[in-house]
Design a protein. Structure first.
Lengths: 114, 111
């Protein structure tokens, strides 16, 4: 596709349920980032991949959050035992590996935990 | 990364230039100034970036002061579609460096 694609667009989960959010980056983009955006705030960094290697996961808020990118393209962010404070928009971004200048973002997945 | 300070909101008349200021007084010598915007219900969109020289592209112009402690993003002819939250970010231009978003400026373009 022409841009970064995320699915689902919206997800409602019951508290305690596990969820999986998918990101299809732009083809050929080696760098992939996940961000979390709470209502009314700017996005906050969660984790970074270079190809299949997760080089930075310092932003993951707890061990309930797990991300993977096994073949260096599609990435999945998994949240186990969701809690209400996990409600947010989860954004994925990709960029060319040797240029950190322009990151392309998807539209995000809006997660609501009830 | 250095922090930035932006006004929380601004208004601009359609067709006029929108000038969005940003202070980054603790910027390091190897940090670039980036601007992104986020239109409602969409992901952030890259606008422009620069190190110390002024930059211009099809979307906007970026003016960086000589001491690099502040910058201004200029949208020369604002349209209603430019209504968005504009984020000024400073970062080292390395592939693995994340973007650190602050609160941004909510620009409202009015007819």
């Amino acid at each position: 596709g022409a841009g970064v694609s995320q699915s689902p667009r919206y997800k409602v989960a019951k508290r305690g349920q596990d969820v999986a959010l998918r990101c299809d980056p732009i083809s050929g983009h080696v760098s992939l980032f996940w961000y979390q955006q709470a209502l009314g705030q700017g996005p906050e960094f969660l984790t970074y991949f270079q190809n299949e290697a997760q080089l930075d996961k310092s932003g993951l808020p707890s061990d309930r959050f797990f991300a993977e990118r096994p073949e260096g393209s599609v990435s999945t962010l998994k949240i186990q035992r969701t809690q209400q404070e996990d409600s947010a928009v989860y954004l994925c971004a990709s960029s060319l590996w040797d240029r950190g200048d322009e990151a392309f973002f998807g539209q995000g997945t809006r997660l609501t935990v009830v | 990364d250095a922090k930035t300070t932006q006004p929380p909101s601004m208004d601009c008349a359609e067709g006029r230039a929108a000038n969005l200021p940003c202070n980054h007084s603790t910027i390091s010598g190897n940090e670039y100034v980036y601007w992104y915007r986020q239109i409602h219900s969409q992901g952030p969109q890259y606008i422009i970036h620069g190190l110390k020289n002024n930059e211009t592209n099809e979307m906007a112009s970026l003016i960086i002061t000589e001491d690099r402690k502040s910058s201004t993003l200029i949208l020369p002819h604002a349209t209603l579609r430019d209504t968005a939250v504009y984020y000024c970010i400073v970062r080292v231009n390395n592939a693995g460096n994340m973007l650190t978003f602050g609160g941004g400026t909510r620009l409202m373009v009015k007819p």
